[in-house]
Design a protein around this ligand. Sequence first.
Ligand code: CTP
Length: 392
Amino acid sequence: MNIVVGITGGIAAYKAVGVVRAFVLAGHTVQVVATEAALRFVGRPTLEAISRNPVHTSLFDGVAEVRHVMIGQRADLIVVAPATANSLAKLAAGLADDLLGNTILASTAPVVVAPAMHTEMWQNPATRANLDTLRARGITVVGPASGQLTGADSGPGRMSEPDDIVAAALRAITPQDLAGRRILVTAGGTREPLDPVRYIGNRSSGRQGVAIAEAAVARGATVTLIAANLDILAPDTLEVVSVGTALELQAAVTAAAETADTVIMAAAVADYRPEAIVDAKIKKEQQGDTLSLTLVQNPDILRGVVENRRDGQVVIGFAAETEPDRDALLALGRAKVARKGSDYLVVNRVGWTEGFGTETNAIIILDSTGVIVSEAEGSKASVADRILDLLA
Ligand code: CTP
């Protein structure tokens, strides 16, 4: 997404660097439009390095490309952080005496403002009236928070924290079509210990499950992520329960499924575990040239969820298959959904270079009767949204 971050001249401008950084790290293209006053509080080189783009300030730069309207026309979202009392007044009046004013007036993108000012200015009837005007126009206002201000005083007026501004801004442009839903997502791959230092595992990174959990939160759902040995860090915005083995995953899923109205089993569960876990490291000298292990089958967690399904609970399973032929893959998927009894089965091909551990995925979604209801290919985030569309 093309995001314009407008920075106006208040001391909280130093925190705007965190807003820019969070958008960039989330994969968005950020254009910073800073007022002259903002650049007295935070340096242009900092903003250019963090945004990875030139910082725009003057109405008279880039005139040949009509930059004063182009930036706004190209924006998918405009976030003004901090928004001073003065900049809110200008925005309410529709003034265009600087590049930021022009950018906002020339844009049809959603606008989010994060006010920052002293408590007296925040409570002044003029500021209140300006905010009423902005809200009536559909502008999203984030914060301000209450707390320590620049001086010794404290009260409402402190700019919200960068992560809160970013989350609210992304929410403002994401339909909240899963609001009120409680979704349980499992991710990653279980590891079954052999001895204190070794395990049998699989190559699932957890990326797809985490992407589903993140997308569900962005669409308004309350999400519990049960994470088994993720290769990536789950974002702070998720409530995470960490597990190691299939039996631990089963216990966590059984508990969390009681309050979930949707269960999405994206985790790769080990089908077998060593019959016995030895207390000390297995030694070569004692084993000789070969080592035989006896494995016992793990419970089928998905089947258990289906068997204990609450009224109206939607259960979505995954099928990781190495079958290259599409028809044969679908036949495996149809047999699996019939065996598991889930409402949907997300079939994805996995292999040495596919599915597991990659940034992208290709899926076919079957309903409980084996009919294809959706297909998607692309980033794990976009695939996550197609899966969640089933619920919306
Ligand atoms: N699953 C589960 N418990 C298991 C094994 C798998 O809950 N013991 C779930 C997975 O989370 C996934 C679905 O069942 O949602 C299918 O997993 P998959 O590994 O594709 O199938 P299996 O049932 O293990 O069958 P097979 O490995 O023989 O294809």
